[in-house]
Every structure is written in C-alpha cells, then in structure tokens.
Design a protein around this ligand. Structure first.
Ligand SMILES: Cc1cc2nc3c(=O)[nH]c(=O)nc-3n(C[C@H](O)[C@H](O)[C@H](O)COP(=O)(O)O)c2cc1C
Length: 342
C-alpha cells in the first residue's frame, strides 16, 4: 500500500466529516465538531499547521557521512523516533461507525509499539473506554500512555489506579479538556484543577505525570510547580478555544522557561518528519501527532500505522542528514533559518 492509497481507503470509511485530505491542515473540516474540526470559527487547527510551514530549515551537508539516528529515550524508555500518536477519543461521534474507541485503540496501541513508538490513548464518560485503553497498553508491555480527563477527585483517583496497573512509562492528563463542548454538564464532571489539586494527582499517579494542554509560560510554570514530569504544549488541535496562538508560536518561550526542569512535548498540525525536526529545533523533546494517525488506522489498520510511522521516520532522518545532524540531541535552534538561538 502507498500513502495515497491509504488516504483513498480512509476517505471511504472515516465518516461524514473527515475528508482524509492529502495534507491534514484543518481547511476541509474547518469548524466541524462533531468531526475532526476546530472550535468556533475553526481557525485553531489551520494556524497550528500553517506556523510549522512558515519555519525554514538550514541545509548543511559538510559533515561526517554517517546515517542519522532518530532514536530517543523519554520517560526511562527507548523509542525509535521522537514522536507519539496523540490521544483521540469519541471515535464514533467524530469519524462515523467503523471503529469505537475500544477497537481504535486495540489497533493503534500495539501497532505503535511494534513500530518502536508509543500511542497516547484517550478517555471518555463511558468507563469501558479507559479500561480497554489500559488493557491494550498492558498487553503491549506498557508501551502506551493512558490520558485521563480532569474528572472529579474520586473518578480521577480510581482511573489513576487502572492506569498504573497497565505499567505505562507515564500517565497523561489533558487539563485543557475543561473546554471541550461535549464534556460540559456531563457525568462524571470534569473541569479545571488548581496547582494544589494537581500536586495530589501527581502523588497519586506514582508515575511521571504529563500535563497536556499548556499554552503559556505561566501555565508551564504552574505545571512544573505541581510536580508534573512533562507538559504537552497543545491547544487540543484548536478544539477547546478558538483564536489561540499556534503551538509553534508559543513553544520557544515555554521551552526556554521550563525545558531544563521538565520534559516539553508539543502537538498541533505536525504532519511530516520535517515538521517533527522543526518542533525539536524549537525546543521540544518529542511530539504528538493526532488526526493523521486516525487516518492511518482507518485507511490501513496496523499496516497503515506502520506505513505512516515509517514515512515520518524516513522524512525525519532525511531532514537530519540534510541539516548536518546525526542524532536527535544535536537538533537545535541553529538548525532553523532566521530563528535566534536561545
Ligand atoms: C476527534 C478528536 C478527538 C480527540 N480526543 C482527545 C482526547 O480524548 N484526549 C486528548 O487529550 N486529546 C484529544 N484530542 C486532541 C489530540 O490529542 C491533539 O492534541 C490534537 O488533535 C492536535 O494534534 P493534531 O493537529 O496532530 O491532530 C482529540 C482530537 C481530535 C481531532
């Protein structure tokens, strides 16, 4: 199967809203929620994508001629490349009838593990979603990151126990889910958490806790003060608040402020290995990619995940070779054109 064939197959089965576009840039889905679009006018997803495209890389091939190594170590585990599948939930609502969350994670989690990366999994009001995600992670040897919503204290503590039993490298919480329209007024209730509440959650997690949905230096400092091991600079793909900056725009200042103390990851509009390279150059240690992994699963199941993961790895390795870096840790802001070093 080729990538264009994968897209064609996905187009036939990913529901009425996703068009499985050649480039997943938020243009066709706009503000369709339900669906994979963004909130309000739908500008968030488009801006995320666009800002990576505006960054240019510095080519330099006068260097030792040896292969680029995309491997990284994060949260005490080795991965073949510095990217993860992002958590995506409520599959039937957003992508039609083909897969529910259980089936989607049942394909995605082992496929990512087999290809040397890991998947974050989503959460839902139906307890079976988180239980099944944790089961998929456990049976993949803990190669996955369960992502819990910011529920009320009792629900959260019970879900953290389930997550821990899966033996993951880390546990995540999408703290920005407080803004999701379809979580408003639902049971169990979800919402914002104070630094003091987050401290208790970090303790209860007993694993590195990743706070996903940080868009300011102030937010990053609060996450660090709460004891989070990592943050994901993310605006949930534009789905929780319209008219936010793009993640590429806020990442450098956040990485400069907290990157020495905690692990900084980023997502939103990252589509290629070249985009992954740019995100690392701006200061991220790794990235999450959401919508295109959905397209990979719908278009080709486990084979689709392998195909897309391999494509990303090859693009990243090619960019590294063309920019004169041989290992991930050598990627720095100097690799970007017109961006001043930190
Ligand atoms: C349909 C859909 C469902 C999502 N569900 C979740 C979720 O359950 N938990 C979560 O943390 N993020 C969720 N996200 C956000 C993604 O994890 C990610 O932050 C966002 O899509 C940006 O990455 P992308 O531009 O590569 O898609 C969802 C995104 C989409 C499009």
């Amino acid at each position: 199967m080729t990538y264009p064939e994968l897209l064609e197959r996905a187009r036939a089965c990913s529901g009425p809203y996703c068009k499985a576009c050649p480039v997943c840039n938020g243009a066709a889905c706009g503000n369709t929620i339900p669906g994979p679009g963004a909130k309000g006018l739908g500008t968030g997803a488009k801006r995320n994508y666009q800002k990576w495209q505006e960054l240019c890389v510095n080519m330099d091939t006068i260097c030792e001629n040896r292969p680029a190594d995309t491997a990284v170590s994060l949260f005490g585990r080795n991965f073949e490349a510095p990217f993860f599948a992002a958590p995506v939930g409520a599959m039937k609502l957003h992508y039609g009838d083909k897969y529910d969350d259980l089936a989607y994670n049942g394909i995605l989690v082992p496929a990512c593990a087999e290809n040397g990366i890991a998947a974050f999994t989503g959460d839902g009001t139906d307890p079976k979603v988180f239980q099944a995600a944790c089961a998929a992670i456990r049976s993949s040897g803990g190669a996955g990151i369960p992502t819990v919503k910011p529920w009320d204290r009792d629900t959260l503590l019970a879900k953290l126990e389930l997550a821990k039993a899966a033996g993951p490298a880390a546990i995540a919480m999408d703290i920005d889910a407080a803004g999701l329209p379809f979580l408003q007024g639902r049971t169990p209730p979800a919402g914002s958490k104070s630094v003091a509440e987050l401290r208790e959650i970090v303790q209860a997690a007993g694993q590195p806790l990743i706070l996903k949905g940080i868009m300011t230096v102030r937010g990053a400092e609060k996450a660090a003060a709460a004891g989070a091991a990592a943050i994901v600079v993310s605006n949930h793909g534009g789905r929780v608040l319209d008219q936010c900056p793009a993640t590429a725009e806020v990442l450098p200042a956040i990485a400069d402020a907290v990157g020495r103390d905690i692990t900084v990851l980023v997502d939103g509009g990252i589509r290629s290995g070249l985009d992954v390279f740019k995100a690392l150059a701006l200061g991220a240690r790794g990235v999450l990619i959401g919508r295109p992994f959905v397209t990979a699963v719908y278009g080709g199941g486990a084979e689709g995940v392998a195909l897309y993961t391999d494509k990303l790895k090859r693009e990243l390795a090619d960019t590294m070779a063309m920019c004169g870096v041989h290992t991930i840790s050598e990627i720095s802001r100097d690799c970007l054109w017109g961006v001043s070093a930190r």
